[in-house]
Design a binder for this molecule. Structure first.
Ligand code: SF4
Length: 338
């Protein structure tokens, strides 16, 4: 039988493992530091853990770390990594260095079953759910791991459709004995699956970004089939009833499809839908790929839309996607490398 993975266990469970083998609280702290805060990739390199404990751990567990199988670098310095998830396919993570923040965008599913019409990932269908270990490995096993200070769950997949594993990954990320990542520096992006969203809102582990894309139910259904079973109006009502505690924030993502969802009537309806929420809309100009027949909005179209949104009381800005030339931008990921 295959030995279970240590990487991806919550520090409380690592404590249980170490204590059951006769180790001390100090050994628990050391092992957690090696797993979640260092670059060590072998038990043998954990120099200050006694040899007998390393041997016990090695006999029962594998570390569970996996280096990327390939990478590609964009002209804008974004680096896209491809990770194999055994038996399920590949997921992608995009590292985007910036002047103030270095962001890593990670994937939470292999493929996706949400079927959004503008998204490349949606066209490949659902292939499987990565474990918390697989999700965290996308951060732990890239060369820039210690530089990352912002994490976004916006890669392949719908995080709330793999909520148990994503929730565990978030708890390890934000634990002091885990990655000790600030919750306000992590954003989970979702279409808004109401069951898991209610659990998220009952004890929010990070920022939330809701994929909106249209304020009109019929049009939104055409863009995002999930609108039928999980209407955006109910998603927003749930957020208004359960506001995130400061410093956590709710924002909205809006893929601007040229000539489709950027009219003055969209801006007016968005103002009405979001009234009473202190929030912000990130407008993401659609990124072209071969599997959808939309067009990218012009700069003038975007400027008029933002002006109309502001007049409707909505704060909005354009978020330019990074890594378009290596298919690492929003909606372009398909788990196939370059
Ligand atoms: S946009 Fe997100 S939720 Fe929709 S199909 Fe793509 S990956 Fe899935």
């Amino acid at each position: 039988m295959e030995r279970p993975l240590l990487f991806g266990l919550h520090p409380d469970d690592i404590s249980h493992v170490v204590r059951s083998l006769g180790g001390t609280a100090q050994h628990v702290r050391q092992l957690c530091r090696y797993l979640y805060r260092s670059g060590v990739s072998e038990f043998d390199q954990m120099a200050d853990i006694p040899k007998w404990l390393r041997a016990e751990l090695l006999a029962r567990y594998q570390l569970g770390l996996a280096v990327p199988k390939s990478f590609s670098q964009s002209a804008d310095a974004t680096v896209k990594y491809l990770f194999a998830i055994e038996g399920k396919g590949d997921v992608e993570a995009a590292y985007m260095p910036g002047a103030k923040r270095n962001t890593l965008c990670v994937s939470t599913q292999v493929g996706c079953r949400m079927g959004c019409s503008f998204c490349m990932t949606g066209t490949i269908g659902f292939k499987g759910n990565p474990s918390a270990s697989h999700i965290l490995n996308q951060l732990r096993s890239i060369p820039q791991r210690s530089l990352v200070n912002r994490l976004v769950l916006m890669g392949m997949g719908e995080p709330l459709d793999n909520w148990d594993e994503v929730k565990l990954a978030l708890s390890i990320l934000t634990s002091n004995m885990g990655f000790a990542f600030g919750a306000a520096n992590i954003t989970l992006s979702t279409v808004g699956l109401h069951g898991a969203l209610a659990d998220f809102l009952s004890n929010p582990p990070c920022n939330l970004a809701i994929s909106l894309h249209s304020p009109f139910p019929d049009e939104r259904f055409g863009i995002m089939p999930i609108e039928r079973s999980n209407p955006i109006a109910q998603t927003i009502a749930a957020i208004k009833q359960n506001p995130l505690p400061k410093p956590l924030r709710v924002s909205f993502e809006y893929v601007a499809l040229g000539g489709v969802n950027t009219t003055p009537s969209h801006a007016k309806a968005l103002g009405e839908l979001l009234s009473g929420l202190r929030t912000h809309i990130n407008i993401i100009p659609w990124n072209q790929h071969e599997n959808a027949a939309y067009s990218t909005p012009t700069a003038d179209e975007l400027q008029s839309f933002i002006g109309a949104l502001n007049r409707s009381g909505v704060i909005a800005s354009v978020r330019e996607s990074r890594g378009k030339d290596i298919a690492a931008a929003c909606g372009q990921m398909a788990g196939r490398g370059r």
